[in-house]
Design a protein. Structure first.
Length: 205
């Protein structure tokens, strides 16, 4: 069965318990998604992620960039991460996402995976600056990729395929109970951009 033939359906919660992950399905047409992909590939200030982990310097293949209302800062993996002021097209897209989701966002962490050899390992987005019940809106552009949730204390795993133009919203206790990861696959040769819109609280630190 070729899963690519099936457009993702909206789903109020893809998790069985202990969190909420809303799948909005495709919120952008194939044409719009492709235009955004090409534009953001060119116009966002992509850089490898780097820092120190257990005293070891690392530099990822995956590229990242963080934009926000202000030049927010936080310390992570032995490096100071700093937000750039919004890129105008990204800010306009954020406005639209806020309307769809009904929640404000003051920053966006963007990831660029050049092909399927690049992924993102198991983690939770549970930094103190995101607050206890963070609402994170994740828009996918480009190659279809497998995205998984794994419960931290139980055996449950949830697998999703994220298509170009698909919007996922994580909220409630999701980050507390679940980890997520973007899986690698050598068969995928196209790039993918993921935009995660977040609300960054500056009072903490
Ligand atoms: O690329 C993705 O879909 C996931 C990105 C992610 O989990 C993150 O930026 O924290
Ligand atoms: Fe994440």
């Amino acid at each position: 069965m070729n899963l690519e033939l099936f457009a993702p359906e909206r789903c109020d919660n893809v998790l069985p318990y202990d969190g909420i992950v809303q799948d909005y399905g495709l919120v952008l047409s194939a044409e719009h998604s492709e235009r955004y992909l090409q534009y953001f590939l060119q116009h966002l200030a992509w850089q490898p992620d780097e820092g120190l982990l257990f005293g070891q310097y690392y530099r990822t293949q995956r590229q990242v960039v963080w934009y926000g209302d202000e030049q927010y800062q936080y310390r992570y993996s032995g490096a100071v991460k700093q937000a750039l002021l919004w890129q105008p097209a990204l800010w306009r897209l954020k406005q639209q996402i806020e309307q769809w989701v009904g929640h404000p966002f003051n920053s966006c962490l963007a990831n660029l995976y050049q092909d399927g050899t690049q992924g993102l390992g198991w983690h939770s987005d549970d930094e103190p600056n995101l607050g206890r019940h963070a609402v994170i809106a994740s828009l996918s552009l480009g190659a279809t990729r497998k995205f998984c949730f794994q419960h931290k204390h139980r055996a449950n795993k949830v697998e999703l395929l994220l298509h170009s133009g698909q919007l996922l919203v994580m909220r409630g206790t999701t980050q507390h109970y679940w980890k997520h990861a973007l899986m690698k696959s050598n068969r995928i040769i196209q790039p993918r951009i993921n935009l995660t819109f977040r609300y960054f609280h500056t009072a903490i630190e």
